[in-house]
Design a protein around this ligand. Structure first.
Ligand code: NAP
Length: 249
């Protein structure tokens, strides 16, 4: 029997990349999974179907822009009714719009903060009452080593990911007596479509700073999230776990 049997997990930005690997891993542990993503319906349904077939769990796709407060409240309410509640919330959706601060537009600042940080306020708020009622719940937020160290040409991204750490610790404190944990995972350089679209010289320079000498895989992040979602991590809250080959040690 998997460690997450009979749990319902909501994972944002999970039609591909790290989010997809997380959805897949939680499903392998027995959880039913719901993917929120902005990809076309067909691709989202395909991703959910593949997970359901591989793992024998229920997997659903909902096309939701997680930066849209109202849309998230409506979608989570409907899901909670349909599934009987959310047990595990993984906030993974994120984007980059890299430029040195002097060249960064106000729009790119706002967009990155809305998708990477405000989205987590939206989803956590939507799940909050449900967690309190159940006196149980797991929130796992995907930050980044950029949020811990800062990174040139990523003022918007680093600020959003640093904000994720502060949000994580605050939610952990608010819900600690309710049996709900809230933790963050801070990935380093991971092989996904996001890093594939980076300037390749910048990527090479980044990999040169990794003590372990190579990029990580989406599965490395998923394994850490699965641990934090499980009962094995029941006494861990407000923690930030780096999965980064040593970049930010
Ligand atoms: P990715 O391959 O670009 O995947 C991100 C997913 O999020 C995409 O499916 C995207 O959908 C979705 N998404 C974007 N905006 C959304 C929105 N408003 N509402 C719903 N879904 C949305 O990225 P990744 O590399 O897997 O990264 C996943 C997370 O890990 C991000 O938070 C990222 O910051 C973090 N991270 C990644 C790395 C890395 O090296 N890859 C390092 C540190 C942290 P569409 O594109 O179809 O809209």
């Amino acid at each position: 029997m998997g460690k997450l049997e009979n749990k319902n997990a909501l994972i944002t930005g999970a039609a591909r990349g790290i989010g997809y690997a997380i959805a897949q891993r939680l499903a392998q542990e027995g959880a039913n999974v719901v993917i929120f993503d902005l990809c076309p319906e067909e691709a989202g349904d395909e991703a959910a179907k593949a997970i359901a077939e591989q793992c024998g769990v229920m997997a659903l796709f909902r096309r939701v822009d997680v930066s849209n407060y109202e849309a998230v409240q409506i979608a989570v309410k409907a899901l909670s009714k349909e599934l009987g509640g959310i047990d595990i919330l993984v906030n993974n959706a994120g984007i980059t719009r890299d430029k040195v601060l002097l060249a960064m537009s106000e729009q790119d600042w706002d967009l990155v903060l809305d998708i990477n940080l405000k989205s987590m306020f939206n989803t956590i708020k939507a799940c909050y009452r449900g967690f309190m009622k159940k006196k149980a719940g797991r929130v796992i937020n995907i930050s980044s080593v950029s949020g811990l160290m800062g990174n040139a040409a990523q003022a918007n991204y680093s600020a959003s990911k640093g904000g994720v750490v502060a949000l994580t610790k605050t939610v952990a404190r608010e819900l600690a007596t309710r049996g709900v944990t809230c933790n963050a995972v801070a990935p380093g350089a991971i092989e996904t479509p996001m890093t594939a679209s980076m300037d390749q010289d910048a990527l090479k320079a980044l990999i040169a700073t990794v003590p372990m000498g190579h990029m990580g895989k989406a599965e490395d992040i998923a394994a850490c999230v699965a641990f934090l979602a499980s009962d094995d991590a029941k006494y861990i809250t407000g923690e930030v776990i780096r999965v980064d080959g040593g970049i930010a040690m």
